[in-house]
Design a protein around this ligand. Structure first.
Ligand SMILES: Cc1cc2nc3c(=O)[nH]c(=O)nc-3n(C[C@H](O)[C@H](O)[C@H](O)COP(=O)(O)O)c2cc1C
Length: 300
């Protein structure tokens, strides 16, 4: 384990380690205006949602590590306390990156990066027409986290209006996680794209009071075949199957076959049963997995 003390590191090193480790980060593509109405558009991945009632996002234009100067976005929101947070999808990512160039103050990055301005309804900064979601925000507070190179500035933005492109909605009118085609920032030049292949679901544990990994019988918990993810799924059940239910699982043809093919070798049989249970866990059939694992325990 590499253990590093922050006081021994240079700001650029800290930034490098943390940006690779704290990732992927969503991208806030913020449009702001200065006091004269000049428009600015810049991406920030130090960004997230922190409250839904009121709906509040925070993003952080940091002081430049190389020369401790501040970003135009920060200067703008200190004067005009409004912004639009535009959400970045895959089709926008190269132009979004171009908008992050340090153009001189007053440069409109909508023009530089080739995006289309769309008038907002309640704030002065325009929306990015290409963005799948556009959030009109009022700045509630700005908190400087320091005055040295790399110090962040929390821009606390309350969302007042949400615009969503209809083409990313599902038949129930909710955002379709696949259709929105999000991208996120990681370390260095790395980005990732949320695709059908990279998406998966984890059922919320709050729906039930799971028994917890510590309540899984010792031999199952210490299985060499089951992984931490498998134990997490097993620990998320409310009750264990009854003895009768466990016995009935023997009627599954594959289980019956396992018992018949290795009648005298409980260790080999146990490996087959655990692998069968693991495959069931991967398909989401946690109850059958439990029954098979408990049957395995009984027969040892
Ligand atoms: C995807 C992406 C994410 C970025 N995230 C941040 C960030 O969170 N904080 C920051 O200070 N700079 C970030 N940058 C760099 C700024 O976008 C860049 O410094 C930009 O020039 C600031 O523009 P401004 O001075 O017009 O506000 C990011 C750049 C990219 C491409």
């Amino acid at each position: 384990m590499l253990t590093l003390k922050i006081s021994d590191l240079k700001p650029a090193e800290i930034q490098n380690y943390l940006q690779y480790a704290i990732a992927p980060r969503p991208i806030c593509f913020a449009s702001t205006v200065d006091i004269k109405g000049n428009v600015n558009l810049s991406p920030f991945s130090f960004f997230n949602i922190f409250s839904t009632n009121p709906p509040v996002c925070i993003f952080s234009p940091a002081r430049r590590v190389r020369d401790n100067t501040v970003k135009h976005t920060l200067e703008n929101v200190l004067n005009v306390k409004e912004c639009v947070i535009n959400i970045v999808n895959y089709d926008m990512v190269q132009q979004t990156s171009l908008a992050s160039v340090d153009y001189p103050k007053g440069t409109n990055e909508f023009l530089k990066a080739g995006f289309t301005e769309l008038a907002s309804i309640i704030v002065k900064p325009p929306r990015v027409a290409e963005a799948p979601v556009q959030l009109e925000c009022i700045i509630q507070d700005i908190i400087a986290l320091g005055d040295q190179n790399g110090a962040g500035n929390l821009i606390i933005a309350e969302i007042k209006m949400i615009h969503i492109k209809e083409e990313i909605l599902d038949e129930d009118g909710n955002i379709d996680q696949e259709k929105i085609d999000l991208v996120a920032r990681l370390g260095g030049d790395w980005y990732c794209r949320v695709t059908k292949d990279s998406l998966f679901k984890v059922p919320k544990p709050v729906r039930s009071m799971g028994i917890g990994v510590d309540s899984i019988p010792f031999a199952i918990r210490n299985s060499k075949i089951l992984t931490g993810n498998d134990l997490g799924r097993l620990g998320n059940v409310e009750v264990l199957p009854t003895l009768q239910e466990i016995e009935r699982v023997r009627l599954i043809p594959e289980i019956d076959k396992i018992f018949k093919s290795d009648p005298d070798d409980p260790i080999v049989r146990s490996i087959y049963l655990q692998n069968f249970a693991k495959a069931k866990l991967e398909t989401g059939d946690v109850l059958t997995a439990w029954k098979v694992l408990l049957l395995d325990q009984q027969k040892l």
